[in-house]
Design a protein. Structure first.
Length: 397
């Protein structure tokens, strides 16, 4: 795609640029299965050497026993939508929004992101959702091509089953769009995430300012859309995901039957299963379980569903997503490390596990030959404090 934005000078480019060299020494290196005292060296954007010892070579950064971990991999964040629409019906200028979103994620240690965009619009009723994904995707890909971003961006298309135009919107995307994930989002009232209509009412009325009567009409409209399009949209979204070469994700699986259907559809990972039953079924089918960092940090789901902490303690949690709080991702990894008494395992839920789930084999761990996406962090009490973020060896925060 030809970018309408001027390319940055090479010395200022980020996503398309690589560093000359970087050496982080005298650090606690969090490797896939252990923590060692040592040095990691990055050349031409790639990890070229990892060695034990507390020596500080000439020109290296002395990390003074801080942790060095892989850059965080984020699979599902609503953060871009928050920047594009900071208030209901407020359409913020898109390029500044994209730049601010990118910079915010970099500042929290996220070096790879799958930006979630809704596909599937509703043009009837009070709570309407317009078609915006194709336009934002074009602008995002143009900005990436111009080297504007600090970190690595992919697309995540949230396929809304209860909508009017899902398949038409999905058809507008092609293999060159870097769509990494298509998730099946069935927000039918009374099912999955919103089995409790009180939680749905709180969410929608606060976000869209609906009256009680308007909320009732919204629920009836969604139920009608599910009845009219549900089956066609689900099968069509699965087919489009395959056409795009994307990993398929389920969303809010609640029962073992939901998970069995997900397995039949070829789902690679499950976003936010709402019950222990569903998480156990995912494990039985070999489907990775992803939960939200805010749920883990708060100790409960805002929708009244299963707590991420309970799944972690039951050994049913594989991946963490920041969801709607980017800074919660690193915090969650360290919280899980406390629960499991295993720092590498906690870190893997936000690095190697999500990278593996979306088939990114070039990042997610401190290993020779992988991308030089790394973080330096220390602990302030039990809170991780970022001291530096590098993407392909370039300091981005």
């Amino acid at each position: 795609m030809n970018s309408p934005f001027p390319a940055l000078p090479v010395t200022q480019a980020y996503d398309s640029d690589v560093s000359s060299d970087l050496c982080l020494a005298n650090a606690q290196l969090v490797l896939p299965d252990q923590v060692i005292k040592g040095t990691v060296t990055i050349e031409n954007g790639t990890i070229c050497d990892i060695r034990e010892g507390d020596q500080v070579p000439t020109g290296a950064i002395d990390c003074a026993n801080d942790y060095v971990i892989p850059g965080l991999v984020e699979l599902h964040t609503d953060n871009l939508e928050r920047h594009i629409e900071p208030r209901p019906e407020v359409d913020w200028p898109h390029l500044p929004a994209l730049i601010a979103h990118d910079a915010e994620l970099a500042s929290t240690g996220i070096t790879t992101v799958f930006d979630a965009l809704r596909v599937g619009s509703i043009h009837s009723g009070k709570a309407r959702y317009s078609d915006y994904a194709r336009k934002i995707a074009d602008e995002l890909l143009s900005a990436r091509g111009a080297g504007i971003f600090k970190i690595s961006h992919f697309l995540h298309l949230r396929a809304e089953i209860c909508s009017e135009t899902l398949l038409e919107e999905l058809a507008a995307f092609g293999p060159k769009d870097r769509v990494g994930i298509v998730s099946l989002m069935d927000h039918t009232p009374g099912e999955r995430q919103f089995r409790d209509l009180t939680a749905l009412k709180t969410y929608v009325t606060k976000k869209r300012g609906l009256t009680d009567v308007e909320f009732k009409d919204h629920v009836e409209n969604l139920l009608a859309l599910q009845k009219r399009f549900g089956s066609e949209h689900k099968s069509g979204a699965v087919a489009h995901g395959d056409r795009l070469g994307a990993v398929l994700a389920s969303h809010d699986d609640t029962t073992a039957d939901h998970v069995a259907t997900s397995a039949t559809n070829g789902v690679g990972f499950a976003e936010f299963p709402t019950t222990i039953e569903a998480a156990q079924a995912c494990r039985a089918h070999g489907i990775a379980v992803m939960m939200g960092a805010p749920n883990l940090i708060r100790g409960e789901s805002h929708s009244g569903n299963v707590a991420a902490q309970d799944l972690a303690q039951a050994d049913l949690l594989d991946i963490v997503s920041s969801d709607y709080v980017p800074s919660a991702l690193l915090l969650s990894a360290f919280r899980l490390a406390e629960i499991w008494n295993d720092l590498p395992r906690g870190i893997s839920t936000v690095t190697s596990n999500p990278a593996h789930a979306v088939q990114l084999v070039d990042r997610g761990a401190l290993k020779k030959g992988l991308r030089g996406d790394v973080l330096r962090a220390c602990k302030l009490g039990n809170i991780p404090l970022l001291r530096g973020v590098w993407s392909q060896g370039n300091k981005v925060s």
